[in-house]
Design a protein around this ligand. Structure first.
Ligand SMILES: Nc1ncnc2c1ncn2[C@@H]1O[C@H](COP(=O)(O)OP(=O)(O)O)[C@@H](O)[C@H]1O
Ligand SMILES: [Mg+2]
Length: 232
């Protein structure tokens, strides 16, 4: 049954990878419902499939079996073009490896996708600057990634995702390179956007501090999600 009220309604999701002549099954019939305006953490041991699940939720990969409904729309039959469009407009992704472009400045990296959304020139620059100020990088706008610390690069990757104002931000260990104070700043930016822009956040994380702020915590175990535990 379609559920218009969910951001994600995931049913019986199965996914794995080729391993030599065989296949490693990572997700084994996973069910997950994420309401709109969520602040959700995915936890679980290393190798439990958190990154695999985020990639599927971000439509970077197609599941082998099962269904991902996004805002009540079944996505299984969508074309690559439709999925690409949704990745651009609705999903902001913060990868563990950041994937910043080394020859572009902090501001240029942050605004990188905006022309594809029809936002150019001064409007793009203002939006980029606004996000970078919020996350504490206003003094680094014209630096290149190679001149930044790991934590600063992580914040640029977050800024690039936020600048699109997507419906959901998916992030893999978003606080892994941040000290406690910076982490607090970023979390308060996330919480603020959750309220002001109705944005949702799905984080794969080991950071117990970040987990403490989640509305819901989902634990991956044996390819499924254990019953949700309450968060803050
Ligand atoms: N591209 C891939 N090719 C082969 N195996 C993979 C690939 N990505 C992940 N895996 C395997 O899938 C399992 C789950 O990985 P992952 O989703 O990265 O877990 P987590 O993010 O929770 O650490 C691991 O055993 C990992 O080795
Ligand atoms: Mg991972």
């Amino acid at each position: 049954m379609s559920d218009e009220g969910s951001l994600y309604q995931i049913r019986s999701l199965e996914h794995g990878y080729p391993w030599g002549d065989s296949h490693v099954q990572v997700l084994k019939g996973l069910d997950l419902a994420v309401p709109p305006r969520s602040f959700v953490c995915l936890v679980g041991p290393s190798g439990s499939g958190k990154t695999t699940l985020l990639n599927l939720m971000g439509f970077l990969d197609r599941p082998e079996r099962g269904e991902i409904e996004f805002f009540g729309r079944k996505t299984g039959a969508w074309t690559e073009h439709e999925l690409g469009r949704m990745r651009l407009t609705d999903v902001g992704f913060v990868f563990q490896a950041f994937y910043l472009l080394p020859t572009l400045t902090v501001l240029e990296n942050t605004t990188y996708f905006l022309p594809l959304l029809g936002i150019t020139g001064a409007r793009a620059r203002e939006r980029g600057e606004e996000v970078l100020v919020k996350i504490g990088l206003k003094d680094h706008l014209s630096k290149r990634p190679g001149e930044l610390s790991g934590g600063q690069r992580q914040r640029v990757a977050i800024a690039r995702a936020l600048a699109k104002r997507p419906k959901v931000i998916l992030a893999d260990e978003p606080t892994a390179n941040l000290d406690r104070a910076t982490s607090e700043t970023i979390i308060s930016v996330f919480k603020d956007l959750q309220k002001t822009e109705n944005a949702s956040f799905v984080f794969a994380t080991h950071d117990t501090h970040l987990v403490g702020y989640a509305d819901q915590v989902f634990e991956l175990r044996d390819g499924r999600v254990l019953s949700p535990k309450g968060g803050a």
